[in-house]
Design a protein around this ligand. Structure first.
Ligand SMILES: *Cc1c(COP(=O)(O)O)cnc(C)c1O
Length: 351
């Protein structure tokens, strides 16, 4: 049996499983192995992360990003604490209140900043706003790298935020749904934009990078990981056949596919951006830095594109259109999208 595939630039999680992840999944399928993460694949995946990040960190594997973010934030907070994040952060707009739920009520405090990035000043303003007993005490800053609108925190920006965190005794959580894309774009070592900038915990997404399922949670401050395994288990996030989440990670990390997949997705988005720039009436909304291109196009053109069968999102962080590339994007598909958009724009602009 087979089903038709969809034409899409909707999300990197619409793409399939990359060959490296699938290959290692099959390798892990030989015979039996201990359950609940006591297997060699899980051990090996965690060791690869420690090697990649050049630090002896605590590593956990869960099913998805919402769980990774919510559970790791909960481990940094008491219920009366608060988490400062950007107003368009995924934890605010797309996790159905899971961070508050997992932490028994830690409130999200929303900050602002251009291009989807919290600024050190906006964090400072939120922290200074109140310090009385009636307001939830700020405890964590959550940053998304790359951001929801495909931009990047520079090392300087991260260090400025770290200085605010140090002044006010705040922890820093990083939502790394597209962390690999950030590394590919910035050409830095993972350590340089995480623990060396004071990041305490990173949620590193495997799904969008080419796995079927799975996120890694890295605690750079190992003390924060105390009892975290129990938190995962209680939340239904301890996979009994853990090796099938861990083995694809081994595949990505051992072969370097985690980085080449991200680089490919970024390159595709750069090419798409270049092509879109040639179409009159299409306006870039944010600097294109990783694998997403955000543009403003007329409503009628959006409808006409959908009519042609293209799938994409129009609600992420902005009223514009998001075209997201992945490890599986091809130039051929980009060219077809651009051709269709050119055509519908001509109709819309001069009906
Ligand atoms: C995709 C994504 C996540 C994770 O989403 P899940 O659907 O829960 O896996 C988290 N943060 C950001 C910024 C994302 O884009």
């Amino acid at each position: 049996m087979s089903f038709p595939t969809v034409e899409q630039f909707a999300s990197d999680n619409y793409s399939g499983v990359c060959p490296e992840a699938l290959d290692y999944m099959l390798k892990a399928n030989e015979g039996s192995a201990p359950a609940y993460g006591d297997d060699i694949w899980t051990q090996k995946a965690a060791d690869y992360f420690r090697e990649l990040f050049e630090i002896d960190c605590e590593v956990f594997f869960v099913f998805n990003g919402t769980a990774a973010n919510s559970l790791s934030l909960a481990s940094l907070c008491q219920s009366y604490h608060s988490v400062i994040c950007h107003e368009i952060a995924h934890i605010e707009t797309d996790e159905c209140g899971a961070p508050e739920f997992a932490s028994n009520g830690s409130k999200l405090l929303l900050g602002k900043g251009p291009n989807g990035k919290l600024t050190a000043d906006s964090i400072e303003t939120i922290v200074q706003k109140r310090n009385d007993i009636h307001y939830p005490k700020p405890k964590v800053i959550s940053l998304t790298q790359a951001t929801e609108v495909g931009t990047l925190y520079t090392i300087d920006e991260l260090q400025a935020i770290r200085a605010v965190a140090d002044r006010h005794n705040l922890r820093i959580h990083m939502d790394g749904a597209r962390f690999a894309n950030a590394i590919a774009a910035m050409n830095v070592r993972p350590a340089e934009i995480t623990w060396k900038c004071g990041i305490d915990v990173l949620c590193f997404c495997g799904t969008k990078n080419g796995m079927a399922v799975g996120e890694a949670i890295l605690f750079f401050d190992k003390a924060l990981a105390e009892d975290f395994a129990y938190r995962c288990k209680q939340a239904g996030q301890l996979a009994s056949k853990m090796r099938f989440i861990a083995a694809p990670w081994v595949g990505l990390l051992e072969t370097g596919a985690w980085l080449s997949n991200a680089q490919h997705a970024n390159d595709c988005a750069a090419y798409l951006e270049q092509q879109l720039a040639k179409i009159p009436g299409v306006e870039l909304l944010f600097p294109r830095e990783v694998n997403g291109v955000f543009v403003q196009i007329p409503e009628a053109a959006i409808a006409a594109l959908r009519e042609k069968g293209w799938l994409f999102y129009t609600f992420i962080g902005t009223e514009g259109v998001r075209f997201m590339c992945s490890w599986a994007s091809t130039q051929e598909r980009i060219d077809r999208l651009v051709e269709d958009l050119q055509q519908v724009m001509r109709l819309v602009e001069s009906p």
